[in-house]
Design a protein around this ligand. Structure first.
Ligand code: IDP
Ligand code: MG
Length: 148
């Protein structure tokens, strides 16, 4: 089992896609173990995207992420990090395949609706950053049917 950090960005919230996005992860079979809406501070956003601090789009990215509320989520399942990235699709919405969230809803590389952790260490770092009080431990009874 892995746990991954997923965030609906301000454009996804403003466009009314929160329910649709949760639905996709839930129906796939992942288990929701953390969920909250918040207006990210500049400090939180800059720590989250610190890896991109030297990139030319960094300041614009921070401005975008702090421009309105986001919905932070933690999803758990077998290979959850890669499974979530596949549901999300590649960074550039115009290149993302239909069927992925970005492929279905995004037309830009910056305004691309959603974030998902890209590796185990990143997931661990991002989950501790956005959910410092921990996650919700529960068992989803449907997992007896989701996994063999
Ligand atoms: P990812 O979200 O698919 O992992 P990253 O390369 O980690 O993509 O970039 C983080 C975020 O920074 C992207 O989701 C996107 O919002 C933004 N971003 C990445 N590249 C560009 C760019 O060239 N112009 C503007 N924004 C960008
Ligand atoms: Mg990334």
């Amino acid at each position: 089992m892995q746990t991954t950090f997923v965030m609906v960005k301000p454009d996804g919230v403003q466009r009314g896609l929160v329910g649709e996005i949760i639905n996709r992860f839930e129906q796939k079979g992942l288990r929701l173990v953390g969920l909250k809406q918040l207006l990210p501070s500049h400090e939180l956003a800059s720590r989250h995207y610190a890896v991109h601090s030297e990139r030319p789009f960094y300041e614009g990215l921070l401005k975008f992420i702090t421009s309105g509320p986001v919905v932070a989520m933690a999803w758990r399942g077998v290979d959850a990090i890669a499974v979530a990235r596949n549901i999300i699709g590649p960074t550039d919405g115009r290149e993302a395949s239909p069927g992925t969230i970005r492929g279905d809803y995004a037309m830009d590389i910056g305004h691309n609706i959603i974030h998902g952790s890209d590796a185990e260490e990143t997931a661990e770092f991002e989950l501790s950053l956005w959910f410092p009080d921990g996650l919700v431990e529960w068992t989803r009874s449907a997992e007896d049917w989701i996994y063999e």
